[in-house]
Design a protein. Structure first.
Length: 280
């Protein structure tokens, strides 16, 4: 039977998921195993990762089920590459109750990306394959943006592949595709901001930190390119010269920073309803 984590007590007493030991899940989630950057940070455990997101979701007065249902509702009905007005009130009723009916409709844009390939779930048990889908098969990924938030470069990538989608993982375990080590994780604070236009101070602080990290890595890559060219120029006249390869855009993307680039707004500034966003 598939594991379903329903309460903080379930999480605290967790020994395995779908019969897979936590040690094995930690190994699969570490950098260089299931993904280059890893789903878990160095030394981070799956319990610590889940615990942080459970606390975050509870601090917003929401549930994993509510967020998973909102994900399912959005991606299944939204046309690709079109701006669509979405009412967040029925999607996030708990938040709507907190805001006392002040949630405004949001303009969202979705862009899909289909990639051939497979990726095993961190929680897959080969001895009990019926417990959870093992692979995404042809993996579909949807990029979701709130046009009023393009000015801060906020977007999320949502896996909706065959079998177990990210919404399923959120619903079953409160798993948002790993911790901060994974730049493409489905951050619950950012998810709520995009759907509702409600911005929390913590989300903004986290987002700024990620942007600063992205900027530093962009600088480091450019610096590496120039240093490599200088080194090649100094040695090019030497016998047996072998040039060092120049770092490329592929190297940049391998650092999982593409999430914060190319974020030009597709909506004219005059049409963007900045007033639809608010701080919690």
């Amino acid at each position: 039977m598939a594991t379903v984590i329903k309460t903080f007590s379930d999480l605290q007493n967790l020994k395995s998921i779908n019969g897979v030991s936590l040690d094995e899940i930690n190994r699969r989630g570490s950098p260089g195993e299931s993904a280059d950057s890893g789903f878990l940070g160095h030394g981070q455990t799956i319990q610590e990762c889940l615990w942080e997101d459970w606390k975050t979701v509870r601090s917003m007065g929401l549930t994993h089920t509510e967020l998973a249902n909102a994900l399912d509702s959005i991606w299944k009905r939204t046309p690709e590459n079109e701006d669509v007005t979405v009412d967040p009130t029925p999607l996030l009723p708990s938040l709507a109750a907190q805001m006392r009916g002040k949630l405004a409709p949001q303009i969202l844009r979705f862009e899909s990306n289909i990639t051939e390939g497979t990726q095993e779930s961190l929680f897959y048990n080969a001895d009990a394959p019926q417990s959870v889908e093992s692979k995404f098969g042809t993996s579909s990924e949807i990029s979701i943006r709130n046009t009023a938030l393009d000015c801060i470069g906020l977007r999320l990538n949502i896996a909706t592949g065959v079998g177990c989608s990210q919404a399923d993982l959120v619903r079953r375990y409160g798993f948002y595709d790993g911790g901060d080590a994974n730049a493409d994780r489905l951050d619950p604070l950012e998810l709520v901001a995009i759907i509702s236009g409600v911005l929390s101070e913590q989300m903004l602080q986290n987002h700024i930190a990620q942007l600063e990290k992205s900027l530093q890595k962009a600088y480091n890559l450019r610096k590496a390119v120039i240093e490599t060219m200088i080194d090649n120029a100094k040695r090019i006249s030497q016998p047996g010269f072998v040039p060092k390869p120049i770092p490329t855009e592929k190297d940049w993307k391998s650092q999982n920073q593409n999430r914060y680039t190319g974020m030009e707004s597709t909506t004219p500034a005059a049409q963007q309803d900045q007033s639809s966003c608010m701080l919690m």
